[in-house]
Design a protein around this ligand. Sequence first.
Ligand code: C2O
Ligand code: CU
Length: 517
Amino acid sequence: ARIRHYKWELKYEYKSPDCYKKLVITINGRTPGPTILAQQNDTVIVEVKNSLLTANTAIHWHGIRQIGTPWFDGTEGFTQCPILPGDTFVYKFVVDRPGTYLYHAHYGMQREDGLFGSIRVALPDGESEPFAYNYDRSIILTDWYHKSTYEQAAGLSSVPFQWVGEPQSLLIQGKGRFDCSAANPPMKADVCNNTNPECSLYSTTVVPGKTYRLRISSLTALSALSFQIEGHNMTVVEADGHYVEPFVVKNLFIYSGETYSVLLYTDQDPARNYWVTTNIVSRNATATTPPGLAVLNYYPNHPRRSPPTIPPSGPMWNDVDSRFNQSVTIRARKGHVYSPPATSDRVIVLLNTQNQPNPHLLKATISQIMTSKLYKNNTNATTSDAIYRLQLNSTVDIVLQNANTMNPNNSETHPWHLHGHDFWVLGYGKGKFDPINDPKKYNLVDPIMKNTVPVHPFGWTAFRFKADNPGVWAFHCHIESHFFMGMGVAFEEGIERVGKLPSSIMGCGETKHLLKP
Ligand code: C2O
Ligand code: CU
């Protein structure tokens, strides 16, 4: 195993990812940031210099379990003090499993400002994946707002409450297109300019007759997405760092915090280019957010040559069944099945809803529930600041029960992400979870392991994990505004085993010298 050493400087810079100029956070001048490339069991060291001038930061390594290094999980307020402007913080951790992971800011709503990137962990030399491919690419999908995250965060905590609304555009690997001429009131060319080369669409070049592994991941602030490549099917082979039994899709549904690898065969007419599209699903954004576009460039066509066709339209935004079906289709790959413990020591049922602690403030909430109280009345939901103390090495079942929002006829999709662990996805259901009969239908044979899982509108999702990683771990909805509004808890396990904490995580700025551990 080797050491992979990175030196990053974070800055606010003006960029025009979708042709609209705004302040974004760059890593060494770029957003998305550099892809971390490593092999299983390598040690990754990232020296982060915060040159944001007036903003704190912290970086989370999404999907990396941080075994033995819980203090480098990068979750501000949970595992470390923020990195203050001018300070440098050194993350050091082992990537113990191959697969596709992410990193992103975990401070306030800062992720949305562009501070994110991919982590790709390869197998050690001499070992090979259970599928073959010629080339490997990473593509991150995001949604993009023109308002600053400060303005959005202030709105969410204001009285009266101001919702962030739908994003202005969707970005594919950091690039998108907002139609400047359609803006009302009109925007000046120094603010929004569709001829700016910075916002030319993302184009990825392929040669005909090959197999491409595309590592598709989503770090949207709000949106659930469908991803599609015109004229091509995709074979899904990996999810959140685990091999899945291959299945073919035309649309890949993907939620914030998820990663997938798909195999793409470049077997179509090589005389032209093809559209790559992403659309919002689960929320009705048809009138507000145009689809995200990129180009699949068949060599030797010009990479910027527009495909001769109209981009394919995505699935209906409210087609919950298709999304539900994709979720239940995913199984662990034969020969790569890790069986879950047959029973659990504890079941925690969490209700996903919203409430209004006062007439003007809105909170996205979860609360532990008695299953009989479901739906009737959500007023027992409180903003959660719950810490659950889990018995070290115990087996825990989580059931996420979805309900309505403040609107009784509306229910949202929430992608839940667990830090520090992978979990077995035992099942999904529609309607109210039945604690007697539904567990009998759990998949204990070949469940997929993941670190992020959606709970579908008015449905439930159940998963199991072993609380075997000493530390304090966030568990939250990966929608940036929902987490900001309170949709998250902490799991604490075996902290007496954590050992000596590094002094770098203790205290902030000048106080850190006073807090010698
Ligand atoms: Cu990718 Cu706590 O998040
Ligand atoms: Cu949510």
